[in-house]
Design a protein around this ligand. Structure first.
Ligand SMILES: Cc1cc2nc3c(=O)[nH]c(=O)nc-3n(C[C@H](O)[C@H](O)[C@H](O)COP(=O)(O)OP(=O)(O)OC[C@H]3O[C@@H](n4cnc5c(N)ncnc54)[C@H](O)[C@@H]3O)c2cc1C
Length: 282
């Protein structure tokens, strides 16, 4: 097996193009598991860890642009103010070792329904930049993730950056699992309450093959919030949670039943909403 260690982005893109079928390696926290289990046998690897551009972040009033190689630890440390829900999601991932190695780009490219950054990025209407020797294209996350562990990333493409809007109002990320740490989400919810635009955006994880946006629930609750006083009736929160449950498409597996997941995600969304209103009204 050949391993390329590019240090610049153009070298990484060239290396990915030079060996058809080359596997990109970022933190290795998903890939190594696949290799160890015998599910993947890379013939050639392009290691991205030394590519400095992939670890960079730019925060402007208009946009936050994260390098795909940003680790969960870096996101938690550097983006707590700019993208609080993403920082909160990053803090819940695995253990310190996993957070120090695992990257947002790897989380997106793996496209697991339980990927913790995905509901946040869905709620934020994130888009990603993909580069290859053919050029660069920008793809909305909702089009990039096409199914369970399936993406529209083409062979030879490197996920380079993730673009999200900067925080306005309040953001929350909540996750439930079978224990408190080192746990795969059974259900997760991200909520973005934008006080300025008077909108609510919600992303749900682990309750569908791709991150779910409960658009009916979002529109309903945005119409129920008293944006002047920053209050919301408890009956409206309950209806919001019901609509969220209705939008979820969970499965039953060895971790949880579909019924439990549907109930849990509704509780999380209602809780995230109450917390968001508390934050912006404080
Ligand atoms: C013990 C343990 C606990 C975990 N806990 C969690 C958890 O709580 N929450 C969670 O969401 N995940 C968890 N994970 C999964 C994993 O850590 C994340 O999905 C992580 O984001 C993967 O990133 P990585 O950099 O390690 O990717 P890698 O393993 O290096 O790569 C994963 C896939 O993405 C591709 N890839 C990587 N970078 C790029 C790029 N820039 N462009 C294109 N393709 C790319 C690779 O080719 C590969 O197919 C856990 C894993 C382990 C082993």
């Amino acid at each position: 097996m050949s391993v390329a260690w590019p240090t610049r982005l153009d070298e990484a893109v060239d290396a990915a193009a030079a060996t058809p079928g080359a596997t990109l390696l970022a933190g290795g926290t998903d890939l190594a598991v696949e290799v160890n289990a015998g599910r993947r046998r890379p013939v050639a690897v392009v290691a991205l860890r030394r590519v400095r551009e992939l670890g960079e972040v730019q925060i402007t009033p208009a946009e936050v642009v994260l390098g795909a190689g940003m680790t969960f630890s870096a996101i938690a440390a550097e983006l707590a103010a700019a993208v609080p829900a993403l920082a909160a999601a990053a803090r819940t991932v695995g253990s310190p070792q996993i957070r120090n190695a695992g990257t947002v780009g790897g989380n997106i490219a793996t496209a697991s329904p339980a990927g913790d950054t995905l509901p946040v990025l869905a709620a934020l209407d994130a888009s990603v930049e993909l580069s290859s020797t053919a050029g660069t294209r920008t793809v909305p996350l909702r089009e990039l993730i096409t199914g369970v562990k399936c993406t529209a990333i083409r062979p030879g493409e490197v996920l380079v950056r993730v673009r999200v809007p900067p925080a306005r109002g309040a953001q929350q990320f909540l996750k439930v699992g079978t224990r408190n740490a080192m746990v795969i989400a059974l259900a997760s919810a991200a909520l973005v309450v934008d006080e300025e635009r008077r909108t609510v955006a919600c992303g749900l994880g682990s309750v569908g093959p791709v991150p779910v946006r409960p658009v009916e629930a979002e529109a309903f609750i945005a119409g129920e919030i008293d944006w002047g006083r920053l209050t919301v009736p408890e009956a409206a929160v309950a209806r919001f949670a019901e609509l969220v449950a209705g939008a979820a498409r969970p499965i039953t597996d060895h971790r949880a039943t579909a019924e439990y997941r549907r109930h849990a995600v509704a509780v999380l969304a209602g809780r995230a909403l109450r917390r968001s209103i508390d934050v912006i009204s404080a």
